[in-house]
Design a protein around this ligand. Structure first.
Ligand SMILES: *[C@@H]1O[C@H](CO)[C@@H](O)[C@H](O)[C@H]1NC(C)=O
Ligand SMILES: *[C@@H]1O[C@H](CO)[C@@H](O)[C@H](O)[C@H]1NC(C)=O
Ligand SMILES: *[C@@H]1O[C@H](CO)[C@@H](O)[C@H](O)[C@H]1NC(C)=O
Ligand SMILES: [Cu+2]
Length: 708
């Protein structure tokens, strides 16, 4: 392997280890914990964040603005100066939508505000800080049940609490595990009734790092600890007896360390060439312009990556037309299917409990994103209000995967060779987050024909359970309810993944949008009228209220779902529309009275449409940790507001059922699912009819060693 790429690889591994040091430690001295906070001096950074200014009303808070918020907060509540109050999330409080839409480049920016979610004196505070006036303009105390996103400090502190207990130490010693090999993670507690209220609790579960970096495959099963994050106390220890710890052999996944031969022919190096460079540009750090698209992109502590003000140019007039005001994964819900002690509470809501941003490590060049990628950093606040830079967190690249965007070859006209074909080139914005064991790759892909595709791919490590059994034959009828055996002593616990996207569609403007349900209804042909007996007929229904838009998908009752603007008609009178096209999906089948499902109620339907309300951004609520489900999309939608000819928000839940198999061990090959937003009578005709094909002369064959 060539020198330079090896250097990059080790850099990646180094930063990967840093994450574990901060995320889910591992007993031992806390040396690398502080390293991450000084990443601002990282040589990888191209941008000098210390002098960055906002240029657009939606630009994220800059390093200077975050520092200013910190100063303002110290004046508001001395706890922020002394360290007794902690900042759990901070983001731009986006200006009113109409102000953002009316803003033009060169105008003064609307006043800059920060939304800060903090804990002070055991109370949750949702605060709005005005940077211009230097004041805290609103401070809501415990607006709903639940606590803010956990900080890395919370998680680190929680992972250390079990060592205060002699009982825990004895259980570890009894298992023959060395303390220096322990890796303890902190599964979130969920919410299971009044005994858990009034304080923040979390679980601690330990693994062994002996002879592997993949401790996730070596659980110390049967030992379950519950701790109080605020009082730093052990609440409960359950030791159900020893379960064999699965072996280390075969768990390592780092290149050059696992050394397992792969029986396949070598694949030659492959990469896409752009002889004239990329065709997109990023203006002022956040505005992306490519082909007929323009959109704003930013990193976000909670959602990871946010796309705003996506507009596509009309193919006939060149007019920029609004499609989506804002799109982002608003919650991620992963309920496990094991009701036993130590497992029943596992139902993660990673966006609202941890945040998808801080765990989105720097992308790996050439592997996470191709060579032609452009990288964007994330800027967040630490718990004490200092700015943290997450380098190379988002990548943008043009993709040509050899696909066709339209074609026709004509057979029936004699003596004419008609074979028209156009290549499909798209623009991808990508982020990858490692929320503990799992990795999620989020893509927004833009096509010149107006289609937007959102894809979520999952990889990383399974959450596995130790088992006394080594072979399926030994199980007999004792098959574990939790899931299948995927390696000796390892059960892959069955679980679901649900990702609910917030899609604030503004088709040709914010107002006058409606959901049209286009139903395909089977008709029976009256006897004798036709040789046919049945056919499908299209009937359209406009959804009047939010309850009309609580939608469960069914192959045997098919609908298309269009967001239309009846105020903007095509030349032949169809309303301009965008259609949401579901892809592979799964429904949550848990009972609605099951505590995880009450909190994750946004997964009760695959599609929802609600009236726009700027406070309703996160499908699981603002304060998600230990929430009771009183602030979810289900609750808002049940208010049943009118959604006809209004400013509306579309929500789509993408899901997977995951029954693990042996190939998921020791690290899972990616599985992906997507959905599409596709123009439907938005353009007058095929918007890329005039696109040119590729010709040989445009694509010089690049010689080896010619490009860097
Ligand atoms: C448990 O063991 C750890 C590691 O040896 C030690 O630091 C800690 O003090 C022990 N706790 C108690 C209560 O003895
Ligand atoms: C579009 O919305 C505006 C504002 O609500 C309303 O005044 C207008 O009548 C609507 N247009 C149509 C065609 O319904
Ligand atoms: C907007 O949403 C918040 C939170 O759900 C709710 O309290 C408020 O009543 C809503 N406003 C309107 C006008 O519905
Ligand atoms: Cu899974």
């Amino acid at each position: 392997m060539a020198e330079p790429s090896f250097a990059r690889l080790s850099l990646f591994l180094f930063s990967f280890l840093l994450l574990f040091a901060t995320y889910s430690w591992v007993f031992g001295p806390d040396s690398s914990f502080h390293v991450r906070k000084t990443l601002r001096s990282d040589p990888k950074l191209r941008v000098d964040h210390s002098s960055q200014q906002p240029h657009h009303p939606l630009d994220p808070l800059t390093v200077q603005e975050i520092e200013r918020v910190r100063t303002i907060l110290s004046g508001h509540d001395p706890g922020f100066g002394s360290g007794s109050a902690t900042i759990h999330s901070m983001a731009l409080d986006e200006p009113e939508k109409l102000r953002v839409i009316q803003w033009k480049k060169g105008n003064r920016l609307p006043s800059r505000r920060a939304e800060v979610v903090a804990l002070s004196g055991g109370q949750s505070h949702v605060m709005t800080v005005d940077l211009d006036s230097g004041r805290v303009v609103s401070d809501l105390v415990n607006p709903t049940c639940g606590y803010p996103i956990l900080t890395m400090d919370d998680i680190f502190a929680a992972s250390q609490i079990p060592f205060k207990s002699i009982e825990f130490n004895r259980s570890i010693e009894a298992r023959g595990v060395k303390f220096s090999d322990l890796a303890c993670i902190t599964p979130f507690a969920g919410w299971f009734g009044s005994a858990e209220e009034g304080h923040r609790i979390i679980r601690v579960q330990c693994y062994t790092l002996q002879d592997t970096s993949n401790y996730f495959m070596r659980p110390i099963e049967g030992l379950y600890v519950t701790v109080d994050i605020d009082n730093l106390e052990v609440i409960k220890i359950v030791d159900k007896g020893q379960v064999p710890i699965p072996k280390a052999a075969g768990t390592e996944y780092r290149f050059g360390i696992h050394n397992k031969p792969v029986h396949m022919d070598h694949i030659n190096p492959i990469s896409m060439e752009q002889p004239d460079g990329p065709s997109f540009r990023v203006e002022d750090g956040h505005m992306v312009k490519w082909a007929n698209w323009a959109f704003h992109i930013k990193a976000d502590q909670r959602a990871g990556m946010i796309i705003s003000q996506a507009t596509v140019r009309d193919s006939e007039t060149g007019e920029p037309r609004s499609v989506m005001y804002k799109g982002f994964p608003s919650e991620l819900f992963v309920p496990y299917m094991d009701p036993e002690e130590g497992w029943y509470y596992k139902a993660y809501m990673d966006a609202g409990e941890l945040g998808l941003g801080p765990t989105a490590m720097s992308l790996v060049p050439l592997n996470d994103c191709p060579r032609n990628a452009y990288y964007i950093d994330g800027v967040f606040s630490s718990p004490d209000g200092k700015a943290i830079v997450q380098p190379n967190m988002i990548c943008l690249f043009e993709r040509y995967a050899g696909d066709v965007s339209w074609r026709h070859s004509e057979i029936l006209i004699p003596n004419v060779d008609i074979r028209e074909s156009r290549p499909k080139v798209t623009l991808v914005a990508r982020m990858a987050t490692s929320v503990g064991n799992y990795d999620y790759i989020f893509d927004w892909e833009f096509q010149t024909d107006g289609l937007i595709r959102a894809t979520v791919a999952a990889s990383g490590m399974l959450m596995v359970k130790g088992s006394p059994y080594e072979n399926v034959d030994d199980l007999g009828d004792k098959e574990d309810d939790a899931g299948p055996l995927i390696s000796e002593n390892v059960i892959g616990v069955v679980h679901d993944h649900f990702i609910t996207f917030h899609l604030d569609m503004d088709v040709d403007g914010p107002m006058n949008n409606s959901l049209v349900k286009v139903h395909l209804e089977k008709q029976r042909v009256p006897t004798g009228k036709s040789p046919r007996k049945s056919y499908l007929k299209v009937k359209k229904y406009v959804a009047k209220t939010e309850k009309d838009a609580q939608i469960k998908l069914s192959l045997y009752d098919p609908y298309e779902f269009h967001i239309v603007n009846p105020d903007r008609k095509s030349r032949i009178g169809n309303p301009a529309g965008y259609r949401i096209i579901p892809g592979g999906n799964a429904a949550s089948l848990l009972d609605h009275d099951d505590p995880p499902q009450i909190r994750g109620a946004f997964s009760n339907n695959q599609i929802w449409v609600t009236q726009y309300n700027r406070s309703e951004q996160y499908a699981g609520g603002v304060l998600v940790y230990q929430s009771h489900g009183d602030d979810t999309l289900q609750v808002w939608s049940d208010r049943d507001h009118s959604i006809e000819n209004k400013d509306i928000v579309l929500w789509y839940t993408l899901g997977f059922h995951h029954v693990p198999c042996q190939e998921d061990y020791p690290v899972m090959p990616t599985v992906a699912a997507s959905f599409e937003l596709k123009p439907a009578n938005f353009f007058e005709s095929n918007p890329i009819l005039g696109a040119a094909p590729f010709f040989d002369k445009d694509l010089p064959v690049c010689k080896p060693f010619a490009s860097s």
